[in-house]
Design a protein around this ligand. Sequence first.
Ligand SMILES: [Fe+2]
Ligand SMILES: [Fe+2]
Ligand SMILES: [Fe+2]
Ligand SMILES: [Fe+2]
Length: 404
Amino acid sequence: MKFNLNRYLLGLSMAIDCVESELLGVTSNHGGRVALISMRMARALGLSEAEVFDIAAFAVLHDNGLAEENLTRDDATRNRLSQVEDMPVHCEIGERNVSLFPFQSPARQVILYHHEHWDGSGFFGLQGESIPLMAQIVGLADYSDLKLRFGENRLGKREQTLDFLDARRGSHFSPELVEAFREISTPTAFWLDLRNAFLDNALRRTMPDLEMETDWQGILEISRVFSRIIDSKSRFTHSHSSGLEDKTARMAAFLGADPETILQLRIAAALHDVGKLAMPNAILDKPGPLDNTERAKMMEHTYYTRKCLELIPGLETITEWASNHHEKLNGEGYPLRLGAERLDTWSRLLTVLDIYQALTEERPYRASLPHARTLEILRELVKGNAVDADLVHAVDQAFQPIFR
Ligand SMILES: [Fe+2]
Ligand SMILES: [Fe+2]
Ligand SMILES: [Fe+2]
Ligand SMILES: [Fe+2]
């Protein structure tokens, strides 16, 4: 089957973007702006189309390692930017997380080295040409957007930016890259393209169209890049998406699903909580039950999951299964309050298994629950007509011998 990797990347970039907005206080769409600038610079510097595609992927994913909860656990009153962006570990985690992404060129270590400086004063002390070119480009786009906020509509932005880059020519940035930026930023349209209202359109026009030949297994493997990023956001959910994927595959096989459906369900499970990337760690890691405001915020996450996945052609059915995991048969779930007649078997299964998975995981305010106690809770939910009785029974039959 043909699959459009660009749309997939742009869809999920929305979720990654939320992490940076939360932690760094940058205006939203930072990842998209870094991607747009990086692609234009890459073309000006004569890189191939495969490399232009890859640099967009690296740019969208450049700070995925910031989601790692270890970076944010202590003293929330300290400046969060210096706390997390100043730690080389976010480059190492970020590089590791994307190792399975199907890059089109041999370029690597772009995320690892996105904080290097031309004069060797960066995290890992690489100097000059020894810094991978794509890492230099992404680094320049990232740092200047962070400092100068290209999404904001202000007069004199071009002059201000060129002064900023000139002051760092030869120290922070290579002279050649500063010249490349000067060249691409001359047209008025460059600055308009970076505004929120036009960015998405500009990205679609600029990104090389990458339809790749793949199968559901291939899409699952790319999806695991994202489920890793999602799971690493909080210590308490470090194996939530991967655990749900495993249980979903087991139950689908138990219920007689064909191999293709099982793969699609795995993808839905891997991506079901992608919207959690938009939830603050202060809520995800709160050492106690959530208050009403926090719960309301938390309930937004499946809406975000739907908004991200809806942007990806070919994933329509998977989008339903993934985004419906908090809907209830009695119509009291969220975010759409769908009700029994709108929820198919696989949506219902994901709901049951998401609850099962969550209850058997440790939370800040309680220990993990054993199988028997988890089933008691699920049976209570059946009584309230929240979840599917037959599926809860099947889960008990299938899992009772395996999970205790
Ligand atoms: Fe960074
Ligand atoms: Fe960044
Ligand atoms: Fe969820
Ligand atoms: Fe979940």
